[in-house]
Design a protein. Sequence first.
Length: 302
Amino acid sequence: MLKLGCHVGMSGKEMMLGSVKDAIRVGANTFMLYTGAPQNTKRKELSELRIEEARALMQEYDIEEFVVHAPYIINLANCVKQETFDIAVEFLELELARTETMGSTTLVLHPGSHVGEGIEAGVNQIAKGINSVLTKDTKVNVALETMAGKGSEIGRSFEELAMIYDKVVYNDKLRVCFDTCHVSDAGYDIIHDFDGVMNHFDKLIGKEQIAVFHMNDSKNVPGSGKDRHENFGFGHIGFEALMYIMKHPDFMHVPKILESPYVKDPNDKKKSYEPYKHEIAMIREGRFNPKMQEEILQQVNK
């Protein structure tokens, strides 16, 4: 069965319970959330997250698993500011504990940016940070996300991720989050040769290490290194190439998460609308709807 979901929010009084309700509302059978705002480290107490109610609702709707994403501000690759690195390590450890308590086994992490110190220095710092928090008893896997190659970010190549694996002591606790937009923007030809790309990945890391796919189309041509997501099937990767990955027999058991941009209202720049219910329906039907964005706008403006 296809495990298809999207990024859902977690805020207000319902917290994780509201996250599960959002997933159900859009027709998802898995989902991804942040434990708080991705731009900061402010977090509510676990007792306020309504975890038991959320898990009960998941069970009722046969949602077996979900993914947690660490905040963007964690930069384990920073070799310049010790304070930034220390905060990243401390917060990663807290996020691993929160993820376990919430009931997920996968925490997605952007590897980080070396801020001009070079790939080798950045990789060493990432491994140092991960080694500070992982033990042989850690129950949550850290899924390193493939990156597009903006600035000095690490993870733009499979080789860079493999370098991190090689330096982490308990690398059996590592996994990979394969982001289609990022991989395409980094220059891998997943449009015409996904199997070839995956064979290369398999030799370096092992395809069984992929714990989650971020199924994102791209506003940019392959190799652009820019990282701008587009609605599913509306970008430069396209519906057919994304569906090939979505339905690939080697990865049917792996959660597929949509991180699509909201559809902007052409008449009001301050308004935009969630696309996930429409995208999930289109994907499950297996047929591209070129008028999806127009239909979303028509429905909300009735």
